[in-house]
Write a protein that binds this ligand. Structure first.
Ligand code: UDP
Ligand code: MG
Length: 322
């Protein structure tokens, strides 16, 4: 029988509007799971404050004082969703047997946690929360997201379709995750690499309970690019292929021009020339950009900077001594 202490990790960035409701629902859920005997009395909700500018941390402190069920991790500053989530997972890892990660805004269905815990108790290590539909997303978000995951698949990156960061991981899986030390972090691409027994749970994704999205288009585009460049080197190969094709084309062109010259026809017009100069110039700049993107990644990885710094931890059992 595996241990059954559950930690629910929730990254929060400026979430003062939703936090009280989220805390209330998670507390109800945790108590229900405890009285059903599915999770131990040492289970907790762990909020990670990702350098919020509003009263989020004060609220977390207040929740912690109000009941033993709530813990908090305060990061030294805003490090972004993926790093905040990692900080929470790594803190929870030594205190829990299974960890569920979810967003603070209640878009992830709290009731899906039951099914996740059941699967864990059956011996599954990673349970992915998968949305049954994207009805509540805007048309733009839905189409771009779906196209993006198709592109990732084409580039050889394995992801779980329609899964974001709502998932359960066992302690063993988290230990595995700890071994992936990359600074450029795209969790939903890395978790499938861990392996072990996996399963999925379907849920309806709701709309944000209150407050506004902390993922403006710019951050979303950055996360999307991160997903590609931190997990696939195919774009670099595509540049090689493109260079090869252009080279072949130029050979054909040279041969054609030599024949024209030999048969006494001089090529007139600068349009074709100008066009090809711009075309090749554009392709070169694009290729340099792609290479630069990877070089930048390499630069950051080689520094091995910490992915997050923890200012303060509130509550929870002390980590097990080795
Ligand atoms: N988040 C975070 N740090 C950030 C941005 C977001 O911890 O820099 C958290 C946020 O509080 C929420 C989760 O990441 O719990 C997902 O953000 P959001 O719901 O705004 O994204 P969306 O659902 O719009 O994609
Ligand atoms: Mg959201």
């Amino acid at each position: 029988m595996p241990g059954n202490t559950l930690y629910i990790v929730v990254p929060c960035y400026n979430e003062e509007e939703v936090l009280p409701e989220t805390a209330r629902r998670l507390e109800d859920k945790l108590r229900a799971l405890m009285s059903a005997g599915k999770v131990s009395a040492r289970s907790r909700v762990l909020f990670v404050n990702d350098g919020s500018r509003d009263k989020t941390w004060a609220l977390i402190e207040q929740l912690h004082r109000g009941g033993r069920l709530f813990c908090g991790v305060n990061l030294s500053r805003n490090r972004g969703h993926q790093n905040a989530l990692l900080a929470g997972l790594m803190t929870a890892k030594d205190r829990a047997d299974m960890v569920v990660s979810m967003d603070a805004d209640l878009q992830d269905d709290v009731d899906a946690i039951d099914a996740m815990v059941d699967k864990y108790l059956d011996g599954v290590d990673i349970v992915y929360g998968v949305r049954s539909s994207r009805k509540t997303d805007t048309f733009f978000k839905r189409t771009t997201a779906e196209a993006y995951y198709r592109v990732l698949a084409l580039l050889g990156v394995e992801t779980v379709f329609n899964h974001a960061d709502f998932r359960l991981m066992s302690r063993r899986a988290l230990d595995g995750l700890a071994g992936f030390t990359e600074v450029n972090l795209f969790l939903r691409g890395i978790v499938p690499m861990i392996g072990y027994r996996t399963d999925t749970v379907e849920y309806q994704r709701g709309t944000r309970f209150a407050g506004e999205s902390k993922y403006p288009l710019k951050k979303m585009a950055a996360l999307a690019l991160e997903g590609v460049t931190s997990l696939s080197v195919k774009p670099l190969r595509m540049i090689t292929a493109m260079g090869f094709l252009v080279f072949l084309a130029s050979i054909v062109m040279i041969a054609y021009n030599v024949v024209r010259w030999a048969t006494g026809n001089t090529v007139t017009g600068w349009a074709s020339l100008a066009c090809s100069v711009w075309l090749i110039g554009g392709l070169i700049l694009l290729s340099l950009g792609v290479i630069g993107e990877y070089l930048g990644k390499l630069y950051l990885e080689s520094k091995g900077r910490p992915r997050f710094l923890i200012q303060e931890v509130l509550g929870g059992e002390e980590p097990d001594k080795e």
